[in-house]
Design a protein around this ligand. Structure first.
Ligand SMILES: [Mg+2]
Length: 411
């Protein structure tokens, strides 16, 4: 039996702009699609990163379009920030932003004050001034928690882009040297707050038009993400967190398309991307240099990270020398690799790093082969046609690219 998206989930989290409406106009099939879900007694939430309007204002706008949304079904970044503070039992907060933000804070039972507040919520609007940024800076300097409603640096207007709350949040971040807790998409907090009060959060799906906020945020929160677009975006790989689980042209697609739910892979979205280097070192007999890595117990090419102020060729020469004792000549670049699963590493600190690795074909210049005790259990040269079975999964391909192909591989 084929299960359509509408039948597979109990809870639907809709982005608004670009999914339900565009400007003042409802998008084709949006009103019908949402109302059909209401008839099937699905749980529905509407999410917007815009921190300025109150939930009631957003709900009444939807009702004007013909969607019977209630205030309690609306999740704005300002409301989500306020709900987050209430969950954290914060009693007082200063606000940089709209009257809507202040209203949402008060409705969560939080006193809005500039007298030693427990928290500062930055959700800037068009009236935000230097004095507001200074005020937020001083509160945070005196120990107030720093909350940013949403990370958006800019939002579109008919006259061109306008600075968003994220631009002001970063001004305060720069002034204080303190990182904020950001609530809006693509942070998972927005979705966690949105799912409060719904029954079965595992059965929730996010429907949005922006891979970098809606789909990335859904996946970071462990939820399935459906993109509303004319065609699928080009992604590096199906494992990319911004890659949607299904693409529909309009909300009518909820009733005619299937989806493979997000499978929650065991790596998290990397906090950092770093330049890596790898060496395919060949000897005179066309054998390749491998070392048995102490941390994983698997055979691997010599690899490492480009240090500050270092050329990539210097970096790979240094890594090979440190790990194996050999001096090498770097002959040519054979590939640039950025596999979004195999080259994502999580460290015991919890930090997750994605490496983009420049791989070079190299030849031996001198030195004595000897494993560095900290890094490698063993080193040796192997016939490229008979590699050991316990080898890091991406390295046979890197070797094949270096040996067989005179063109540089970019993958
Ligand atoms: Mg949108």
């Amino acid at each position: 039996m084929v299960i359509m998206i509408a039948d597979r989930f109990e809870t639907f989290l809709f982005d608004l702009d670009g999914v339900i409406y565009l400007g003042d106009e409802a998008l084709p099939h949006a009103v019908d699609g949402v109302n059909r879900l209401y008839e099937q007694e699905k749980q529905i939430r509407f999410l917007t990163n815009d921190p300025r309007p109150t939930r009631e204002a957003v709900a009444s706008r939807l009702r004007e379009l013909g969607i019977r949304a209630g205030k309690e079904e609306i999740v704005t970044a300002a409301w989500a920030a306020s709900a987050h503070l209430r969950r954290k039992e914060v009693a007082t907060a200063a606000a940089v932003g709209s009257e809507g933000l202040r209203t949402e804070l008060r409705q969560q039972g939080i006193t809005v004050t500039n007298e030693s507040p427990d928290a500062v919520v930055v959700g800037a609007d068009e009236q935000t001034t230097y004095a507001d940024i200074r005020r937020a800076t001083r509160h945070i300097d005196q120990g107030a928690q720093f909350i940013g409603t949403n990370p958006d640096g800019a939002f579109p207007t008919p006259d061109g882009p306008a600075p968003g709350a994220g631009a002001i949040v970063r001004a305060v971040e720069t002034a204080t040297g303190t990182s904020p807790t950001i609530v809006g998409k693509p942070e998972p907090l927005m979705f966690e707050v949105a799912l409060e009060g719904t029954s079965v959060d595992q059965d929730a799906v996010v429907i949005g038009d922006n891979p970098a906020t809606d789909i990335l945020g859904a996946h970071r929160a462990g939820l399935t993400g459906v993109l509303v677009a004319d065609e699928a975006p080009v992604a590096a790989s199906a494992r990319d967190f911004t890659h949607p689980d299904a693409v529909i042209r309009s909300l009518a697609g909820l009733f005619s398309h299937t989806v493979t739910p997000w499978d929650n892979p065991q790596y998290s979205w990397p906090e950092d991307i770093r330049p890596g280097v790898g060496a395919v070192v060949l000897n005179g007999s066309d054998e390749v240099l491998l070392l048995k890595r102490a941390d994983r117990g698997q055979w691997a090419l010599p690899t490492g990270t480009v240090e500050r102020g270092e050329a990539v060729s210097e970096a790979i020469s240094r890594e090979v020398r440190e790990e194996t004792g050999l001096q090498i000549t770097v002959d040519r670049l054979t590939g640039v690799y950025s596999h979004p699963k195999q080259q994502v590493f999580s460290y015991p600190s919890g930090e997750t790093v994605h490496f983009v690795t420049n791989c070079f074909s190299c030849s031996v210049d001198g030195g004595t082969l000897e494993a560095d005790q900290d890094e490698a259990l063993d080193v040796g040269f192997f016939d490229t046609d008979r590699l050991p079975s316990e080898i890091l999964p991406m390295h046979p391909r890197w070797i094949a690219d270096a040996v067989e192909d005179t063109n540089v591989t970019i993958a």
